[in-house]
Design a protein around this ligand. Structure first.
Ligand SMILES: *Cc1c(COP(=O)(O)O)cnc(C)c1O
Length: 479
């Protein structure tokens, strides 16, 4: 496709003004010198219809949640109701100034306060900070709170335990907060190896960062034991709640031993993600950590809402209070779905993932042979003997009109190699799941009979198979 600049023709434009209206006024003279550009901008000169067609064509080269299934494991790419976007753009929200006095923004503060209360109920935490802008940002906030907690007690702890199955941001956040990262191995069921944990947990360790269900979509049934081991040495348990899609209304992290957590409102709570945001990685704390939350937090008394500045706070983690529109969407979504509805969201996510696992396990051997939570991990191991890699399977799926699932994650051998991680979410109908399953079965058959077809895939997309290393190093921004 041509760039819009290449379509430019001198003098062509998308508007026309009646000429004589402006005859006496030389508009250029009305612009003060300092505001004038030295050189005219080089903009493409195209007609209105060309602009419309150009960008409509471009939009069709893309694939998003609104086009079809987007089963990217460990990512929760689900449908986010459009009505919540509308609510987030109501004038009184959009034009609220962050420097406005509390008395002029009571409505916005009430939403922040009530959202914090709702999230506390969902997770069994005591108080939330809505400030962090992303999941990793929430992690850093939570880990800094853990550091401050020990400083405040006059304890020096240098290490942070992180399972090998953790999201890559967990070790990064811990290292940024000054901790030495110590890896805990997984057992053959995909959970934390309890003996390893007992061996590693000591009084120089601040705690354990954990996700449950973990990043392979499995619920660690030893969680109470794990919490006991960490707490018995005075450590704290951090919950990476980026993906809460499996737990809503079923399990509350605060009830199973977690002390502090973050949630990605841009995964589970009605804000789309991808493309860099904006998001919100809100942080919840149990009472013993509340005083360390980022400052300020929203409180209420006598029907009024105001900012409060916790004394032992870690301070601010960004300018202003939050990515506010994301909060409005989460608030609206939680209230519209309701308590029972939240549980249904998670139940549907879990049932959908297990339906896929069950239908496909004959063709793609699961990494772990057990019931999964909101996502399942299959593998393409048995097609290696036909010269077909999991990458080829994923590419071929695009020819069938689906966004490929996450591949090669998790990647810790021996349990998980050539992995295909599928997260269907609650948004999808049985018909869509069946179409996906049928495509995967067809591909499994092709892998045995026509492996070349897979190795050259995709064949029907605007861009074919890329040299992935070259594509990153030497991006070619138009065809
Ligand atoms: C997505 C994700 C994160 C990071 O969230 P960002 O908003 O991308 O920073 C952290 N942990 C887990 C388990 C995730 O899935």
């Amino acid at each position: 496709m041509k760039l819009i600049y290449e379509k430019s023709k001198k003098g062509r434009h998308g508007f026309s003004l009646p000429e004589d209206q402006f005859k006496e006024i030389n508009l250029k003279d009305c612009i003060p010198q300092y505001a004038k550009e030295e050189k005219e901008k080089e903009l493409p000169e195209v007609s209105e219809v060309e602009v419309i067609r150009h960008f409509t064509k471009l939009s069709k080269l893309n694939y998003g949640v609104d086009d079809g299934l987007y089963p990217l494991g460990s990512c929760t790419m689900k449908y986010n109701p459009k009505v919540n976007e509308k609510l987030a753009t109501i004038d009184s929200f959009v034009y609220a100034h962050p420097f406005a006095d509390e008395k002029y923004i009571q409505g916005s503060l009430q939403i922040m306060y009530e959202l914090g209360e709702l999230l506390s109920k969902i997770t069994a935490m005591d108080k939330f900070s809505l400030m962090p802008a992303a999941g990793a940002h929430g992690e850093l906030t939570g880990v800094l709170m853990i550091r401050k907690y020990f400083e405040d007690r006059g304890e020096k702890r240098h290490k942070m335990l992180i399972p090998d199955s953790a999201h890559g941001t967990n070790p990064a956040s811990s290292a940024m907060a000054g901790f030495k990262v110590v890896e805990v191995k997984s057992n053959e069921r995909g959970g934390v190896d309890i003996n390893e944990l007992e061996r590693l947990m000591d009084e120089d360790t601040a705690g354990l960062m954990l996700t449950n269900p973990n990043t392979v979509g499995l619920f660690d049934e030893n969680i109470l034991k794990i919490a006991k081991i960490v707490h018995s040495k005075g450590g704290l348990l951090y919950y990476d709640g980026a993906n809460l899609n499996a737990l809503l209304g079923i399990v509350r992290p605060g009830d199973i031993g977690f002390d502090v957590l973050h949630l990605n409102l841009h995964k589970t709570f009605s804000t789309p993600h991808g493309g860099g945001g904006p998001g919100a990685g809100v942080v919840g704390a149990k009472s013993h950590l509340v005083e360390f939350l980022p400052s300020p937090i929203v409180c209420t008394d006598d029907g009024k809402y105001f900012f409060e500045y916790p004394k032992k706070t870690i301070g601010r983690v960004r300018a202003f209070y939050a990515n506010f529109p994301v909060l409005v969407k989460a608030y609206a979504w939680i209230l519209s779905v309701g308590g029972e509805g939240l549980r249904e969201v998670s139940e549907a996510s879990i049932i959908n993932a297990n339906y896929i696992l069950d239908k496909l396990k004959k063709y793609y051997r699961p990494a772990y042979d057990r019931i999964c939570m909101h996502e399942c991990v299959l593998t393409g191991r048995e097609y290696k003997e036909y010269g077909v890699k999991t990458l080829d399977i994923a590419k071929r799926l695009m020819d069938y009109g689906f966004h490929p699932p996450t591949i090669y994650f998790p990647h810790f051998e021996p349990y998980a190699e050539e992995t295909i991680m599928v997260e269907p979410t609650e948004s999808e109908s049985k018909e869509t799941l069946d179409e996906f399953i049928n495509a995967m079965i067809k591909i499994a058959k092709e892998a045995k009979t026509k492996p070349e077809l897979l190795k050259g895939a995709p064949h029907n997309t605007p861009v074919g198979r890329l040299d992935e290393v070259k594509a990153v190093r030497e991006p070619k921004l138009h065809a």
